[in-house]
Design a protein around this ligand. Sequence first.
Ligand SMILES: *Cc1c(COP(=O)(O)O)cnc(C)c1O
Length: 397
Amino acid sequence: MNVYENLGITPVINASGPVTRLGGALMKDDVFKAMKEASGYSVSLEELQGVASQKISELTDTEAAIVTCGASSALTLGAAAIIAELNLSRISKIPALSFTPEFLVAHHQRNSYDRAISLTGGKIINVGLDDITSGAGVRGVELWEYDLERTEHSVAVLYTIGDKFVESDLKFVVDWAHQANLKVIVDAAASLPPVENLKLIPGTGADLVCFSGGKAIGGPQSSGILCGQKKLVASALLQLLDWDEHMELWNPAEGILDKNSLAGLPRHGIGRGMKVGKEEIIGLLKALELFTPEEVEANISRYLIILNHIIENIKRLKVHCELNQELGKYPVLNIQLDTESSQQNAFQLCQRLRNGHPRIFPGHGRLNENIIQINPACLKEGDESTIIQRLNEELKM
Ligand SMILES: *Cc1c(COP(=O)(O)O)cnc(C)c1O
């Protein structure tokens, strides 16, 4: 019995990929080993974040970086940093500020993670309209529309990439924002691989960029990265760490923070509840070390073999298989059910797979199109055979 079974919980076959609801990525052994070793020592968290900054800023070509407890928390800390910079009064007041800082967000980029920004007391301002997604027309949000929503309280543009990074789109927004004296914070949580995006996205000039550590990077589930402008990252670190220390004794770790720029050490900031453990920092650094173009290439090849094997063994069923494989990214298999001949639709099939033995969680992002998805990233050895067997049982005519 494993630790979960001891608790009466049956682990599931995860064909959804490294989603938060199912516990994120499966950590690599070396990451786990590094975390276990990290847990056996006491260390200055500030010093550790300082070294993490050096290593991650090198990988991302930025001035500074910190490890956060996820991309969502990186968004909150980044927004708090933009609002307060090194202003101790503001740091102490967030989220109960005497003014309402505004973050401009293009209509089509609005999503559930906006909440990470609102947490700081900042307000999300909707920009423009998106006729493309609504199917009503040919134009998405345009640059001039940001101008319409800008006020004296605007502090930044929040830009969400999702899984499609178009360098020029972000660059246009960054250039507009900077000439309007606004910062740009980018949600790039799920924009990896390709590995190069670690550099390309900050390379657009965006002031802060957030990545998830528990998705493609394969770090601990509760880890993430905030990287970018040094002054902002310093502010984020000030609002994250526990400063139960005397100013006279404080000897700031080299790199991010400068004692002379502060009148005193802040009390607990908005990030205090988003604590990052030493194990997570070490685990993420190890995962980043292993997250190379070669590793991604090897994973892509392995995933393609798995998915093609599944296709080969379900193609006699009344389904239409489509391998979605974008260059440099991880492939996903879309299995569209034949509505005419199937007794069940994709919602029902998904439910039956989830409730079956063993429990299988296919990707459920396109059920409305009668498609279930197989994302191979979190499959363990033998899982593909189980998936093939269950699909054959469920879909046999
Ligand atoms: C997953 C995701 C997040 C949150 O990342 P965590 O590391 O789980 O906090 C934020 N934004 C987008 C677009 C995501 O896909």
